[in-house]
Structure formats: C-alpha cells, structure tokens
Write a protein that binds this ligand. Structure first.
Ligand code: GTP
Ligand code: MG
Length: 195
C-alpha cells in the first residue's frame, strides 16, 4: 500500500453520498475526543488530513479516506459528548447506525477507547454492535503516552475485562505522540488484506 497516495474522498451525512468504491473498509468508532482523527493522521503520516480538535465533537460527518485505491479508512463521528444537543446526538447515532447496518464493504469496525479510562456504557454498546457485524473485536487503546508502562498494563487489563475481550480479539495500545502501535496496526491491516 502506497501511503503517499491517500485522500479524503467523501464527507457523508447520507448513504447516497458513500463512495462507490468496492474495496474493503475499516471504520474507527469511539467516544468524542478519544483520538480517532488523530490516529488516522498518524497512520497515514499526515499532520492534518483528518481535522483534529482539543474540543470534542469535531468530526460531524462520516469521512472516507481512500488509501491507494486498496482500502478505505472511515472516520466516524464520536459519541457520548454531553454538550451536543439531543437532536444532534440522535442525528449522529442514526448516521453511524445506517453506515454500520448497510455498508457491505465494511470488514471491521475498530473501537477506540482512552487507555486511561474504563470503557463507558456507550463503548460497551458499540462493542456489542461490532460483535454482531464482525468476526472479532479490534480495540485500540489511545493516548498511551500519558501512562507509565506499569499503569498501561493495569489499564489494558481493565479494558480487556470491561469489554470481555478474549480469543481472537485484538487490543493495540496506541500513541500519536511516540508512534506506539503503528507497526502493530499495519501488521493487522496486512492480515485483513491477506497480503
Ligand atoms: P471527535 O472528532 O470529536 O469525535 O474526536 P476524535 O476522536 O476524532 O479526537 P481527535 O483526534 O480530534 O483528538 C482529540 C484530542 O486528543 C486532540 O487534542 C489530540 O491532540 C489529542 N490526542 C489524540 N491522540 C493522542 C495521543 O496519542 N496522545 C496524546 N497525548 N494526545 C492525543
Ligand atoms: Mg474526529
């Protein structure tokens, strides 16, 4: 995969706007501010292809990134941000649900959780969705640069337990600051693409 050949192809609010590409898609889901857009930039070696903000609620559309005409990465709006209006929350939830329920190209939804915190009820609900549509759960524990190695181990155990991960499931600690997890992520992608 040529990571120099990547672009944001579509920002969709409606399924009619999804790209007509038929290659595999990996979608990134998680709480607002957990680091979905930052992770996409890090993985693609770009500073600001995906818009990032210290304020939650930045990504309000479903953003499709075409990776070298081989695969799409899909940045989903975050959930669980208290300050967003009820109507807006419902709109985003519907948008995410429509995508998850209808997109045939979708081969894995990856759940991002903050490595410092116990997963929320919303995370557990999202993981249930993932189990319904994917063969296994893939979880990324973000911002791990903010923890010491021993704290990280403790927190990973907590996340594994709270989300009931087991068997074929994968958990990858990740940091956009020091690059932890990038290699492991691409090893996983190669497996998905069966290279
Ligand atoms: P929404 O679009 O609101 O759903 O948020 P998001 O999940 O896309 O989060 P975003 O990538 O915008 O990042 C939120 C904040 O977390 C930003 O201030 C990032 O700089 C910060 N951040 C993301 N990843 C990391 C990380 O690995 N380490 C540290 N220290 N900060 C991070
Ligand atoms: Mg975002």
């Amino acid at each position: 995969m040529n990571l120099n050949n990547v672009s944001l192809t579509v920002s969709a609010v409606d399924m009619k706007q999804y790209p007509k590409t038929n290659f595999k898609e990996i979608a990134f889901a998680g709480r607002s501010n957990v680091g979905k857009s930052s992770l996409i930039n890090k993985l693609l070696n770009r500073k600001s292809l995906a818009r990032v903000s210290s304020k939650p609620g930045k990504t309000a559309t479903i953003n499709f990134y075409n990776i070298d005409n081989t695969m799409n990465f899909v940045d989903l709006p975050g959930y669980g941000y208290a300050k967003v209006s009820k109507a807006e929350k419902k709109k985003w939830a519907d948008m995410i649900e429509t995508y998850l329920n209808t997109r045939e190209q979708l081969c894995q939804v990856i759940l991002l959780v903050d490595s410092r915190h116990t997963p929320t009820e919303n995370d557990i609900t999202m993981l249930r969705y993932i189990r319904a549509c994917c063969e296994r759960a893939v979880v990324i524990a973000t911002k791990c640069d903010k923890l010491s190695a021993s704290q990280l181990n403790e927190h990973l155990s907590d996340i594994i337990k709270t989300l009931s991960l087991s068997g074929d499931d994968i958990i990858i600690p990740f940091s956009t600051v020091n690059g932890t997890g990038v290699e492991e992520f691409y090893a996983y992608i190669e497996e998905v693409l069966e290279i």
